[in-house]
Every structure is written in C-alpha cells, then in structure tokens.
Design a protein. Structure first.
Length: 179
C-alpha cells in the first residue's frame, strides 16, 4: 500500500531514507517478549520491509538512486540498557552493507547514518542524571541536534556521494570513536 501510494503520487523515488526508530531503555533481564518484538518490528523489520518494497521499483525503473538507513551508534558498539535495540540497529548496519553489495550493479548506493545521543523527546524521557552523564561522555560536550542528523542523511542522498556505498557514518560528537 505504501509503495503504491508513493509511486502514484510522486513517481518512483530516487532516494529512500529509513528513519523510523523507537527505544525505551531498561535492563535486558526485565524485557518482555512483547517489548522485544516491538523493538525488532520497528527498528529492524520496518526498514527491511520498506527497503524491499522500494528497491524493487527502483531496480525496475533502472535509474539508480540512494537508500539511506538510520541505525544508531548503539548498533555499532552496543549500549547498556539497550541490548535488543542495539541488536536491531546492528542488524540495520549489516543490512546496509549486504544491500550495498547487491544494489551496486543497479547503481543504487546504500549507506547508513548512526546517530549518537540526540536532543529529541525520546532522549528527554531519560533521567536528568543519565542525560548529564551521557553529555559528559561526549567529547564535544553536547547532544546532536536533529538537524545535524538530517544533514548527514541529506549528504548521503546527494550527488557528492556517487562513489560512496556500504558506509556507516557515526554522528555522535566523538562519543563512539572506533579504530
């Protein structure tokens, strides 16, 4: 349904961005099966389904394009209190790399943006102590602004990235520098 309504209204897209995400941090041992399913449905299966629906028509159109997935630095390095979320977002990173290999022959670049702590309503639900501790751990000593994440997505959607595929960009103020 979504694919048909988008294609009918706008034509075949040349850029698709999977930006949905949801989390409610807490101890893994307190997770319920329902909570785990919801995390996986939103953070992993949703982007898989959207990618499948839109890559199908993009390949058929033969015009190339861009797919940008939004994962999380939790998917790159793991995050205490976010075990299932980290696993789902790690799956998005693996999906990005696998699809980049498959879609390259169709001139569709697939890349991934991994936000760190970002000033959003979801982040503001955390305790003030946790928020302050996270900010202290960020080398730039501040949260990302949502616009900064959007700029990274726009970069991967741009013509300047015609020779970039299968890459994962951390937008975390240096929080998760990994060699």
């Amino acid at each position: 349904e979504l694919r048909a309504s988008v294609v009918d209204a706008f034509g075949v897209p040349n850029v698709v961005a999977n930006v949905a995400g949801w989390d409610l941090p807490g101890p893994f041992l307190e997770d319920t099966a329902e909570y785990q399913r919801r995390l996986i449905d939103i953070n992993l299966l949703g982007p898989i389904r959207v990618s499948h629906e839109f890559l199908t028509v993009m390949v058929e159109a033969g015009a190339g394009g861009r797919l940008i997935n939004v994962s999380s630095d939790a998917g790159r390095v793991g995050s205490s209190g976010e075990a299932v979320y980290s696993a789902a977002k790690g799956g998005i990173i693996a999906l990005t790399k696998a699809l980049a290999r498959e879609m390259a022959r169709y001139k569709i670049n697939v890349n991934c943006v991994c936000p760190g702590p970002t000033d959003t309503p979801m982040f503001r639900r955390a305790s003030e102590n946790l928020q302050a501790a996270l900010i202290r751990g960020i080398p730039l000593r501040r949260l990302a602004q949502p616009e900064e994440i959007a700029h990274s997505i726009a970069y991967f959607a741009s013509d300047e990235t015609a020779y970039i595929t299968g890459q994962v960009l951390s937008v975390s103020g240096g929080l998760t520098m990994v060699d």
